[in-house]
Design a protein around this ligand. Sequence first.
Ligand code: TRP
Length: 337
Amino acid sequence: MKKVILTGDRPTGRLHIGHYVGSLKNRVALQNTGKYEPYIMIADQQALTDNARDPEKIRNSLVQVALDYLAVGIDPAKSTIFIQSQIPALTELTSYYLNLVTVSRLERNPTVKAEIQQKNFERSIPAGFFVYPVSQAADITAFKANLVPVGDDQEPMLEQAREIVRSFNTIYKKKILVEPEGIFPPKGEGRLPGLDGNAKMSKSLGNCIYLSDDADTLHKKIMSMYTDSEHIHVEDPGKIKGNMVFTYLDVFDDDKQKVAELKEHYQKGGLGDVKIKRYLNEVLEAQLGPIRKRRMAFAQDLPAVYDLLQKGSQKANAVAEQTLAEVRAAIGVNYFG
Ligand code: TRP
C-alpha cells in the first residue's frame, strides 16, 4: 500500500513565494514520485476559528488557494484536493478526541501560545481556536496519514496528534489510528524572509511576493527590496548578510557559481543594487512566469475549479467516513447493526 500524505493550508489569503519554497514545491515533488497517496486540504474550518466574524475573507480566499495549488502543479489526477468543512466526519472525530486531551496540555502548545500573543487574544481566546490542534489531529487521522509535510511551526500539532493516536488505540484497544510523521524543510530553508528583511514573509506585514502577482508588480516589489542600508554609492563595498536580494538568489537561483561571483563583486564594491535586483527579477520571472500563466488559465474557468474541489471532497469524505465508522465501533457508539 502507498503511504498516505496529508497536508493543508488555512485559506486566509493568496499564497506567496514563501509558501512555494517552504512547502508547495516539495508537495509537487512528492506527488510526482508516484509513491504516495497525497491529500491536500483547504482548512476553511480551522481558518474560521480566528476569523468567525469575517467569513467572506475565508470564502474568497478558498478559491484563491485552490488556484495557487493548481498553478504550482498540484495535479488533481494525482493529489486529492478537498475542503475541510465538507467532511463532517472530521468534526465528529474531533469531539471524541477532545475527551482524550486535557486543557493544560492544550495550554502548553507552543504554536497556539505564540498565535494567541500574535493575534492579541489575551483572555478572549475563541474556544474553537484553542482546540484546533485536536481538530488537526482529526484531519490527519481520518486519512490514516503516515506523512505530514509542514513547516517547523507545525511540529507541536503532530506531537499532539501522535498523543491522541496512542491514547485512542490504548483506551479502545484497537489499532485503528495511525501515528503520523512530519516531513520538515531542511534546516535553514524553511522560512523565506520578507522583502523588507523581516524574518517572516507574511500578509499582515505586507512584505510578500504572491504567486498571483503580475510581472509589473513583481518587478516593483523586487526594486523595493531591502539590501544594505550602508551601500549608498555603487563603488561602496556592500554586505551580503541580511541583504534580501542575495538571500533570495541563494534560494531561487540554480546557477550557484554566478551567485558566488555576484556576491564577490558586490562585497568588493562597484556593483549597484539596481543591477542585482534586475538579475533577481529575471531569475524569479523565469520561475513565476509559467506559474502565473497556468493560474490565469485555471482562473478563466472557475466552475471547473469548484467542480474538482467537489469531486476531491466527495472522495475524501468517503475515506473519512470509513475511519469514523471504525472509531465509532471501537468506542462502542454503534447501536443499530
Ligand atoms: N495548521 C496548518 C497551517 O496553519 C493547516 C492545517 C490544518 C494542516 N489541518 C492540517 C496542516 C492537517 C497539516 C495537516 O498551516
